[in-house]
Design a protein around this ligand. Sequence first.
Ligand SMILES: [Zn+2]
Ligand SMILES: [Zn+2]
Length: 421
Amino acid sequence: MAKDSRHSAHPVCRAVAKSHKKVATTVDARLWSMSDDEVAEALVEATRLRARVEALELRLAAEADRRAVGDKVGATDTASWWGHETRQDRPAAKRRMRLAESLDRHAPTAAALAEGAISTDHARVITECVDRLPDDLPDPTILERAEKHLLHEAVDLDPRSLAILAKHVLTVVAPEIGEERDARALEREEQEARANAWLTMAPDGKGSYRGKFSIPTMQGAMLKKMLLAFAAPKHQASKPADKDQHEAVERRPSPERMGDAFCELIERLPAHKLPQLGGLNASIIVLLDFTGLKSDVGRAVLETGEPISASLARRMACEAGLIPAVLGSRSELLDLGRTARLFNGAQRLGLVVTQRVCTAVGCDWPAHLCHTHHDDSWLNGGKTDMKNARLLCPKHHARIHDPRFEPTIHPDNQVTFHMRT
Ligand SMILES: [Zn+2]
Ligand SMILES: [Zn+2]
């Protein structure tokens, strides 16, 4: 066996190198003269070729593992050796090695990959699904039938759709036992997802928090629905029934829109209904300097010590998520904003009836999604009564508190904004 693996000229590798060279030379020489159809055809062909080369690679990896090639040179295992030798990420090399080992036990899938009929992603879905099936099945042919069924479907489906189908494979190939097994597998999956749910978040030091999470499918779908309700109400409301098919397709809100909706959801959660933290409800307290409040340059500090602008504090004071604590010049507590700051249910109902939509000119956000703004800020002594109240959508509510804009209230109670100079 050749010593230097990098420059070995094993007949198998030589054959691959030769056929690749032939294809590559042809493409290089002809690329600019190829027609669109030829480019498209060659691209599809090259993708199939990739699957075939990967099949070969995985067969060799399985063989190398069987021979413990890695151990012999002192590596932890063959996957680590392979990763190091070919500069792959360690986890990626391990994942490929697992697939190689699994393909070794699933000849039909290995053959389909070797023909270029499926990709390695398809192969991974199929082998993982078949390996996951219970080993106490009454009929030993069920495993074979499951693999065959998935291979058949893989021709028309992308790996993600195939993975969804794979969840119910037993129901299809062995309905007499499948339904019950599938149901139990689903239960197990739900329990695991719930037990393994996690969330991390941390300030990035540049004015944002960043985070990631993993939650079960159902709660994920619930969250998505809530966010969509904030992200696209106008779109849904203004969608006429008789528009053509193309128009009726639900537009997907951008990540920015969804981020906006997430902020809105958090601001709208009724903090007084959440579990208490240390005897207080989960509202965040914001400390405001009384003298700074009157000016736009004033600053406010969250109870966590993080600063926010006075205009944001004023906007938040219109709604429930935050308790403003107004401090005097010697940091004594002058006022701790409580419920009198917020409009009650009857008042809100009255506003919904009289104002119906956002009161910014030209805006049609429905009342139930609007904030209730104090024309004269509560922090400046404004009263919480109907004369001082107006409905504004989140965007226009932010604008009316934005020092860069000058609001004008017209006789019909509608408001317009223009940039301050
Ligand atoms: Zn407001
Ligand atoms: Zn509006």
